[in-house]
Design a protein around this ligand. Structure first.
Ligand code: UD1
Ligand code: UDP
Length: 351
């Protein structure tokens, strides 16, 4: 069986690392990897291939940045060319980026079945580009790998039950696999210049970066936190820090880091403040309280007992959450058993 996997953005490299390892160890399964080139800086792309031993992409479409239509259009054309050449049995796409929808759409128009990893996530906010990507990708996919019980329920609600398989979350696979390295050492993944006690933050969601008021509110809240805030800055946000907001003196800006450095930073953080999807879950898996600076979250399984507090960007709400005690209630096992990639490989082989 030949599978073409389409990836292109940072979180997809991390998800594909877990899945590709298992696909390539499955007898009778051949994987061809397309990198769309959506993310291309060394520390947004290459570092993950190196650190997580992701196989070299067979094709790099090098689409780069642009408006949604421009970027997605280039990807569609590029993926289609590869599919004509490779004639796979299945196309595998991940998550909710423009690379996801482009891979799914190019394949389905050629009558090639599509499998979607991380299917069924919904924010119910159609202003998010990711929500459109998810809805369309799920609708046109043939196999939907749902990471959580809520994702299963969402797909059922949309009449997509027959195509749905509960796989668990491949990001849980990755955290389970790599955090072991960090618990038993991993000093080489220590980020230089980080104080002993800090909060960890990331910001890149369009609703925050494209809205000056939201971004200013976030930094106003940070300036009132009585602790250093370490911010590995996404390139989307980096430019705005020079023009739009003045960075408070307790905020330590660093370049984006590798996955293992990021897991280490998360494990040792007092709390995590973020608008990232992946980081909300990693904080939960690693037992760090998360403050989600968005109006909603798709990862509702993380919300119990104040493990994840959704604040939006109101500084008072962010500060209240910062002052909420770290939970002691046990975390639940809603994300599978750390072997989601095996479920995915088996389901693909059976289809
Ligand atoms: C994309 C995804 C988002 C995901 C995020 C993960 C879409 C619609 N959005 O958002 O769902 O959470 O990736 O990080 O697909 N840039 C660089 N270097 C790079 C990559 C980007 O400088 O290597 C800059 C460019 O100015 C670019 C901007 O970042 O215009 C945004 O990049 P883009 O891939 O369009 O969206 P993200 O915000 O990264
Ligand atoms: N991440 C990383 N280095 C960083 C920031 C984030 O490796 O400097 C990892 C993070 O640990 C998580 C993933 O990137 O695994 C999340 O990606 P991102 O926040 O860009 O996208 P999202 O998950 O919101 O789609």
């Amino acid at each position: 069986m030949k599978i073409v996997s389409v990836i292109g953005a940072r979180p997809q490299f991390i998800k594909a690392a877990a899945v590709s390892r298992v696909l390539r160890a499955t007898p009778g399964l051949q994987e061809i990897l397309i990198h769309t080139g959506q993310h291309y800086d060394e520390n947004m792309s290459e570092i993950f291939f190196r650190q997580l031993s992701i196989p070299e992409p067979d094709y790099n479409l090098e689409v780069g940045s642009g408006t949604h239509a421009h970027q997605t259009g280039l990807m569609l054309e590029g993926v289609e060319k590869v599919l004509f050449l490779e004639k796979p049995d299945y196309v595998l796409v991940y998550g909710d980026t423009n690379s996801t929808i482009a891979g799914a759409l190019a394949a389905t128009k050629l009558h090639i079945p599509v499998a979607h990893v991380e299917a069924g996530l919904r924010s119910f906010n159609r202003l998010m580009p990711e929500e459109i990507n998810r809805i369309v990708t799920d609708r046109i996919s043939d196999l939907l790998f749902a990471p959580t019980p809520t994702a299963i329920a969402n797909l059922k609600q949309e009449g997509l039950e027959a195509q749905t398989v509960f796989s668990g979350d491949v990001m849980y696979d990755s955290v389970s696999f790599y955090s072991k390295i960090l618990v038993s050492g991993g000093d080489e993944y220590k980020t230089p210049g980080i104080p002993g006690s800090y909060l960890l933050a990331t910001i890149h969601r369009a609703e925050n970066t494209d809205n000056p008021e939201n971004l200013k509110n976030i930094f106003s809240a940070f300036s009132r936190i009585d602790s250093p805030v370490v911010l590995p800055v996404h390139p989307r946000t980096a430019g705005l820090l020079k023009t739009l907001v003045s960075v408070p003196s307790n905020v330590i800006i660093i370049e984006p880091v590798g996955y293992l450095e990021m897991l280490r930073l998360t494990m040792h953080a007092g709390k995590v403040l973020t608008d990232s999807g992946g980081l909300q879950k990693e904080a939960y898996f690693l037992g760090r309280q998360c403050i989600t600076m968005r109006t909603e979250t798709e990862w509702v399984e993380t919300l119990h007992d104040n493990w994840n507090i959704v604040t939006g960007t109101d500084p008072e709400k962010i500060l209240n959450a910062v002052h909420t005690p770290q939970p002691t209630a046990p975390r639940r096992n809603d994300f599978g058993d750390g072997h989601s990639a095996s479920v995915i490989a088996k389901a693909l082989m059976k289809s």
